[in-house]
Design a protein around this ligand. Structure first.
Ligand code: SAH
Ligand code: SF4
Length: 342
């Protein structure tokens, strides 16, 4: 049994015949100061280290790609059942952000998304989500990104999958992150395409994490053509749930908007988005669409992005551009896996 697939409180069950304090020592190595290989776990007996040598991570690193002068590293992990997990590490002057996956594939089928085009394989276990963070910390302790903290400071659920469609395991992953790994809830962002029941449940959890809702369109007709889930949870329901989240957690929600040429970069969409952003008191993040092999859709032109953002700004809507890190290494979600499978 891989130790990340057991709750941190139940690790003793894996250490038969060992005194109880061994479980605390192991928990420390798994969650607080992870190391790449178990021979560094100096306070554990040789037999335990030997067992961990073969079982420490619930996956193997299959591909690593580096971009942006070493400030972006992207990993493709492979689990024992052959599933792929994508994780992207991004260094900034005062934070180190890890973008993690919550599912293998995704069932939501958004038209512009490489993960969606692949379909759904399976949920990730809570331990497979947190092990992505532990692995990054283990690596950073040896080779930090140039000029960034040598530890993951921020986590975003913007890799493969829809986290709120995997609620029970997401919840356990968040619990371990906040209560065992000491990651502050305010530096965690859960991104959703608009799974309303999940947003409402998250609003009632004890942790004030950030919520990002991926809208991409400001009316139901256009949104349903890009995001099939909109048929089930239309814009009005997503906005109402997001407002409920804001009231409960006191954290402003952010709106994600992938800019698609000629589709959602028009002045009509900008005006409708102004209205929604005001209703939600939300900040808007625009991101240029990463082209995917299976979609005809293209990124908006630079001029269109500028025009769109200016229209929001002039209505006093807070808008920033999310940088597209690691475009040269296919760092948009699902894309490395697409390439690996070709
Ligand atoms: N399923 C969740 C989280 C994973 S996707 C969600 O949809 O929010 C993370 C972000 O990547 C989302 O905002 C999504 O819209 C965006 N995204 C997906 N495909 C993209 C592409 N081809 N180019 C740019 N952003 C993309
Ligand atoms: Fe799934 Fe998010 Fe991709 Fe949509 S954008 S298919 S919800 S991963």
């Amino acid at each position: 049994m891989n130790p990340y697939l057991t709750a941190p409180e139940d690790l003793g069950g894996l250490l038969e015949g060992e005194p109880p304090y061994r479980a605390d020592q192991l928990r420390h190595w798994l969650y607080q100061t992870p190391v790449v290989s178990s021979d560094r776990m100096s306070n554990l007996p040789a037999a335990t280290r030997g067992w961990l040598e073969r079982n420490l991570w619930p996956f193997e690193l299959e591909i690593e790609q580096v971009a942006d002068g070493g400030r972006t590293r992207k990993w493709l992990f492979r689990t024992a059942d052959g599933s792929s997990i994508e994780t992207v590490l991004m260094g900034y002057p005062n934070r180190t952000t890890l973008c993690i996956s919550s599912q293998v594939g995704c069932a939501m089928g958004c038209t512009f998304c490489a993960t969606g085009q692949f379909g759904f394989d399976r949920h990730l276990e809570a331990g497979e989500m947190v092990a992505q963070i532990a692995f990054a910390n283990a690596l950073l302790s040896e080779t930090p990104l140039p000029g960034s903290p040598a530890r993951v400071t921020n986590v975003v659920f913007m890799g493969m999958g829809e986290p709120l469609a995997n609620y029970r395991r997401l919840r356990e992953a968040l619990r371990r992150m906040v209560e065992v790994m000491d990651i502050s809830a305010r530096s965690i962002t859960v991104s959703t395409v608009g799974v309303v029941p999940g947003i409402l449940k998250l609003a009632d959890e004890p942790w004030a994490v950030n919520l990002a809702v991926s809208l991409h369109a400001a009316d139901d007709r256009l949104r349903s053509s890009l995001v099939p889930l909109n048929e089930r949870y239309p814009l009005g329901a997503v906005v109402a749930a997001s407002n409920r989240f804001f009231e409960s957690k006191g954290r402003r929600v952010s709106i994600e908007w992938t800019m698609i040429d000629g589709v959602n970069d028009t002045s009509d969409q900008a005006d409708k988005l102004v209205h929604i952003a005001q209703q939600m008191r939300a900040h808007v993040n625009v991101i240029s669409m990463n082209p995917t092999p299976l979609s005809e859709q293209r990124p908006s032109t630079e001029a269109a992005v500028e025009r769109f953002m200016e229209r929001l700004r002039s209505a006093r809507v807070n808008v920033t551009r999310r940088d597209t890190r690691g475009q040269s290494i296919d760092a948009a979600c699902g894309q490395l896996r697409l390439r690996a499978s070709r």
